[in-house]
Design a protein around this ligand. Sequence first.
Ligand code: CAO
Length: 489
Amino acid sequence: MAKMQKKAAKPAKKAVKKTAAKSKKVVRLAAVKKPAVKAVAKKPNGNGHGLPKPSSKPFGHDGKALTGVRILDFTHVQSGPTCTQLLAYMGADVIKVERPGVGDITRGQLRDVPNADSLYFTMLNGNKRSITIDSKHAKGREILDRLIKHCDVLVENFAPGALDRMGLTWEHIHKLNPRMIVASVKGFGPGPYEDCKVYENVAQCAGGAASTTGFREGPPLVTGAQIGDSGTGLHLALGIVSALYQRIRTGRGQKVLCAMQDGVLNLARVKLRDQQRLKHGPLKEYSQFGEGVPFGHATPRAGNDSGGGQPGWILKCRGWEHDPDAYIYFITQAPVWGAICDLIGKPDWKTDPDYATPNARLPRLKHIFHTIEQWTMSMTKFEVMDKCNAVDIPVGPILSMKEIAEEESLRRTGTVVEVDHPTRGKYLTVGNPIKLSDSPCEVARSPLLGEHTDEILRDVLGYSDADVAEIKGSGAITPPEKGARAEAA
Ligand code: CAO
């Protein structure tokens, strides 16, 4: 990273020299008074604000977006690892620090293959290197301090206070490496719950997602998408790259905090929108309006109602009696209402005042969707998809994970990737969902516990053979008792 910044500064200097070269007098002045920075600020060079010259290498052949960024990855379970895996996909060198003999607890959780790292772990830790260090061991702390000096970002999602208890306070880190960014996921931000441990579903509940998910007549529901863990990891990744960008200007690191409650609320913001709309009358796009059910004081659960202004619902397709996923999401988008009427055999609805306009349809949505369903039930979800797409009606088949795993187009784009692993064999993982045209992503398997300890000690930290031997003997990178690796519950 430091190299990259120097590179970035170069053309600016050149520009100054070029201007200066026009007059020997200016050259001398520049040499004496060193006005370089001011001159550049006033008169950006031709590339704009000191950017390097555009690369002459073909797209995809000049490194990755985050080449040169080194991450000290102290994350575990899901939220933090999601973030650092994404940064690794973008080209960062991610060094995952794990407790000797134990590692990230998920290595042993939900195991499908005996004695092999679980899919829980392997699917969240691709493209990383693993080093084992006991952070509570004196020698281990010494190695960590050295790592801090060699890394750009420390990412962690320990329980509140755990990092401080290791002695890795912000003050300590900032003193060792003022350029280091310290990024944390916590369950809650400052406030009454800041000291609480938090898992996915706690965040979904505290962030407003659960109270607004499910059917009105049923209990609150959590969603399968991990918006608390992976969602917050995504937010943190954006915070980190923003802090890296700001560091180019300021030269210093900063703290980045993402609370899972905040991350979930950010993703559920349309429900806070509806909360405020309630003051001004019923939420007409919710089917409870059409059913004549009064609204309470808070945004209700909306079942499968569409979250936007175009009413939608999940409808049965052929085979629904035995296939739990033989359904399609159907949106009665206003601009294609005429096409919908023709397709389902109700052309008279195009002109019937009870159905012709979006407002007229709102109180009748249940009946409308029931009628459309009689049509969708006569076909498979893919046939419905074909017929609707042909006339621009937005619909979405309910795809099972089996169908997604087998979907060829997702394999072709690298969104679903098969990787090989030395102890568990081949497995599927989700590749980089963000595609950059100049930063292609090759997905690599997750590391074995401590697989890269030696190479990191030597190549990154510069320890000699004798040092490494001493470190090994100290117990800082090995489990306290041989074979003490815990089989997590
Ligand atoms: N060497 C020595 N000790 C280590 C270590 C290492 N390399 N790595 C971790 N530890 C220690 C920590 O120092 C901590 O010890 P103390 O409590 O004595 O200080 C201990 O391991 C456990 O850390 P933890 O409290 O973070 O872990 P937990 O299993 O008790 O809690 C979780 C897990 C997820 C609830 C908690 O970490 C948390 O709330 N994190 C923040 C929110 C979050 O990210 N939640 C998402 C979870 S799912 O993605």
